[in-house]
Design a protein around this ligand. Structure first.
Ligand code: TXA
Ligand code: MG
Length: 318
């Protein structure tokens, strides 16, 4: 595989062409790095599953460049979903909508719905747009990590996770560290009111404000599959232990105002929840690089991005 740093417009077109030819292209987004493939190419999509070691049947998110192209992929879109789309796209939000014929079973895991996202990262946006210029419809992109591991927030992470499994014509686009560092908010838009399946940078408050609906009252019977909702996800090799005191030689992660317990190895000192989110996965990876067996984490407060950080850490600690 080839790694391209700060891709030029010519290199972006080359990446779009590679996608069109059925190759995999890992690319940056504002949330985490994704492993991209042509969402209508069954062979390319099946390589995404095998490279990640992800069990088939877990649905993939389709990434597009513009709201104008939404109805290619989704039908019967509720009014509140359009409000969310207009407000938060391009951005760190995925909407689960009723699928069109274009969203085939090998993308949706056989479900009658599809996850759609319009990322705001410029490189992601340009690659998807150029891919559409070449006649492409959408790009599936799960986080570019082995199944169950923490998501990559740099091109280096992608190489560490998947480098051995990619083939010589696959590409990795490097655009520096991810701006947000946590995966998109996933919102189920299949019922009368939206329901958040995976918290992220778009919070419950933001969704309620834009839709004027009570999100916590959503129809929870509208259960859909989301592997990110399963136990034991987002896990480093080290054991994650929450809100307890570490011993000498253990890893430690907390907001900077909390002092480092004597003898522990501090992995990050974020001053805000945004910084906490941005550095969370690289801190967990650092713990693994240092061969720590335990990482003690003090959870942030449940405000703003704090909710998403807590969600990932609670799953990692399971
Ligand atoms: O921020 C993100 O969303 C990143 C970047 C690359 O866009 N992508 C990402 O994809 O996190 P992935 O596949 O690692 O996580 C998406 C989660 C999975 O747990 C998947 O099962 C769930 O979303 N999902 C995808 N489509 C779905 C659908 N139609 N219904 C329910 N869950 C779905
Ligand atoms: Mg993932």
């Amino acid at each position: 595989m080839e790694i391209i740093s700060n891709p030029s417009q010519v290199e972006i077109k080359k990446a779009a062409q590679a996608l069109k030819e059925g190759q995999l292209v890992a690319f940056p987004t504002e949330t985490v790095y994704g492993l991209g493939a042509d969402a209508t190419n069954e062979k390319a999509v099946s390589r995404v599953y095998s490279v990640k070691g992800r069990p088939t049947g877990h649905p993939l998110i389709v990434h597009i460049s513009s709201i104008n192209r939404l109805d290619k992929w989704a039908v019967d879109i509720p009014e509140y979903a359009l409000k969310l789309a207009n407000e938060f796209w391009p951005g760190p939000m995925t909407l689960i909508l009723k699928r069109s014929h274009l969203a085939q079973n090998f993308v949706t895991g056989g479900q009658d719905n599809v996850g759609i996202r319009i990322p705001s990262n410029l490189v992601a946006h340009e690659v998807i747009k150029e891919f559409e210029v070449l006649g492409g419809s959408g790009v599936v992109a799960p986080s570019a990590n082995r199944f169950g591991a923490v998501s990559p927030t740099s091109a280096r992470d992608v190489v560490d996770e998947l480098g051995d499994s990619l083939d010589p014509l696959d590409l990795i686009l490097d655009d520096g560290p991810s701006r947000i560092g946590l995966e998109s908010t996933i919102i189920n838009c299949l019922g009368a009111t939206p329901f958040i399946l995976r918290p992220g940078a778009i919070t419950v408050d933001m969704v309620e404000q834009v839709t004027a609906l009570d999100v916590s009252n959503a129809d929870k019977n509208n259960v859909v599959k989301a592997s990110g909702l399963m136990d034991s996800h987002y896990s480093p090799k080290a054991k994650i232990i929450l809100d307890q005191q570490p011993k000498t030689g253990d890893g430690f992660l907390a907001m900077s105002v909390i002092p480092t317990p004597v003898g522990s190895i501090r992995l990050a000192s974020p001053t805000t929840v945004e910084e906490y989110a941005r550095g969370l996965y690289s801190a967990l990876r650092l713990g693994d690089k240092k061969n720590l067996s335990k990482i003690f984490v003090i959870l942030p407060d449940e405000v703003g991005l704090g909710e998403a950080i807590r969600d990932r850490l609670l799953k990692a600690a399971d």
